[in-house]
Write a protein that binds this ligand. Structure first.
Ligand code: PHE
Length: 460
């Protein structure tokens, strides 16, 4: 019906907040992370194997409430993640989860195990390039201890210490120069003693270092088997802990790995926000949580060069992976030519700032719309303010997986006219066949027309 959307067999009313496009709905429910012999599923199982006592939740539905995705985790009402420029809303109170943390409170409330993982598809409006896709997969893990089960706080700390000492030791070089507590990442003084938070942090860091060692040792074996020089021959694996900020943990960190000459961000984690556990009916539990993106790890584990490949149903892709046996590097089966096209345009005169993802603002940028729904434009109304993610979405809707990259290549404001001009390079390339010149032109013209119609831009 026109006033409703059917997703996963359920019907949801739509309203002025609805912004989830047909191409996203068409891919809902693919469940790549549990598809047998899929590289994302292999990566998920490899991580889960380092947490053998954890209960795994792999099929929680992707439609959640704003309450689950944001409020239950302590996101402030003005948090930029809530913006319609960044998140797919089904209606004002319902959205496609932006992270697996949306299920934390529910899983803690069910209280079925001390440790758990959640793996799932997550959805974000974002850039178009070889490592970003609007649907990706996350895996989350958490471990808690029940203070009530111990005679005293000291006894609980002793148990966590014992558990820490029983964790596997590893040969990693670990850089961790900062003190546990920072002004923006304080000890939760109302709820935790410094000793408790300190031992939770130690247990968390060692557990995740061990997981990373496992993943990268497998990646290394895959490289060696493919006749490449193994990374560990050149230098030992090196990681570092960097301060991070999440509404649902404090203190919080990111773990970065030195890989092929760069620091690569692998996961976010921290000591679980105690009010969150209280909201989940577990005031006596204390613990840690982490979350990571499966695509990023799978790409380096298997040497997969483009994130769109995970969605391929081409046998030449899928037949290369197997759950049994060692990790094998992906062998590219073809490289079709790229068809780049530029689009240059003047933005309509507006007082609102224009937000672009590149280079530094990323998805944490404040929205010009301030989280307010943008009404569709009619002839006597001002057009909605342009956000870079709007172009990303038009490109994906028109070109599907034949768009490889959208990059801002010029941004200039005419000093006298005070008007801003942007130029984007859109690269078309199919992973499966060669696009004709006419096909690329047709897609490009279609995208250009939509830009003009929806945002009243003036082509230069
Ligand atoms: N939810 C965070 C994200 O999507 C990741 C995270 C999970 C961080 C659990 C800390 C604890 O970025």
């Amino acid at each position: 019906s026109p006033g409703a959307l059917t997703i996963g067999g359920h019907s949801y009313p739509i309203d002025s907040w609805t912004n989830v496009p047909p191409n996203i709905l068409a891919q809902y429910g693919r469940k790549l992370h549990v598809q047998s012999d899929h590289p994302l599923s292999i990566t998920r199982q490899l991580i889960a194997s380092r947490f053998p006592s954890f209960r795994n939740h792999d099929s929680l539905p992707g439609v959640v409430t704003v309450e689950q995705n944001f409020d239950s985790l302590g996101f402030t009402p003005d948090h930029p993640g809530r913006n319609r420029t960044d998140t797919y809303y089904i209606n004002q109170s319902t959205l496609l989860r932006t992270h697996t943390s949306a299920h934390e409170v529910d899983v803690f409330r069910a209280n079925e195990s001390d440790g758990y993982t959640i793996s799932a598809d997550v959805y974000r409006r974002d850039a178009v390039d070889k490592s970003h896709y609007p649907i990706f997969h996350q895996m989350e893990g958490a471990l808690t201890w029940d203070r009530k089960a111990f005679a005293s706080s000291e006894a609980c700390i002793q148990q966590i210490t014992k558990d820490f000492e029983a964790l596997p030791k590893h040969p990693l070089v670990v850089e961790d120069p900062n003190p546990t507590y920072q002004p923006s990442n304080p000890l939760q003084t109302q709820y935790h003693s410094p000793e408790e938070a300190e031992i939770l942090a130690k247990h968390l860091k060692r557990s995740l270092e061990d997981m990373v060692v496992t993943i990268f040792a497998e990646a290394d074996k895959g490289l060696a088997a493919a006749g490449h020089r193994s990374k560990s021959e050149d230098e030992p694996l090196k990681v570092r802990w960097v301060e991070a900020f999440f509404p649902h943990t404090s203190p919080s960190w990111e773990l970065e790995v030195w890989w092929q000459g760069d620091w690569l961000e692998v996961l976010g984690c921290g000591v679980i926000d105690q009010p969150l556990l209280i909201r989940a009916g577990q005031p006596d539990r204390i613990g840690w949580a982490f979350g990571l993106g499966l695509e990023r790890l799978a790409m380096l584990l298997f040497g997969i060069p483009d994130i769109r490949l995970f969605w391929s149903t081409d046998k030449r892709f899928l037949s290369q992976f197997s759950e049994d046996g060692p990790i094998r590097r992906f062998q590219p089966f073809s490289k079709h030519p790229a068809a780049p096209r530029d689009v240059s345009f003047w933005l309509p005169k507006t007082d609102a700032p224009i937000i672009t993802n590149t280079p530094a603002t990323a998805s944490t940028a404040a929205s010009p719309a301030g989280g307010q729904p943008t009404e569709p434009s009619t002839s006597d109304q001002a057009p909605p303010a342009f956000h870079e993610n709007d172009l990303m979405e038009i490109a994906r809707n028109v070109a599907g997986d034949s768009v490889e990259d959208v990059t801002l290549i010029d941004d200039f404001t005419h000093p006298k006219k005070q008007r801003r001009s942007l130029c984007y390079r859109i690269t078309y390339r199919s992973l499966e066949r060669t696009l004709t010149t006419e096909e690329a032109n047709r897609m490009h013209d279609h995208i250009t027309r939509e830009l003009i119609e929806k945002y009243r831009v003036e082509i230069r």
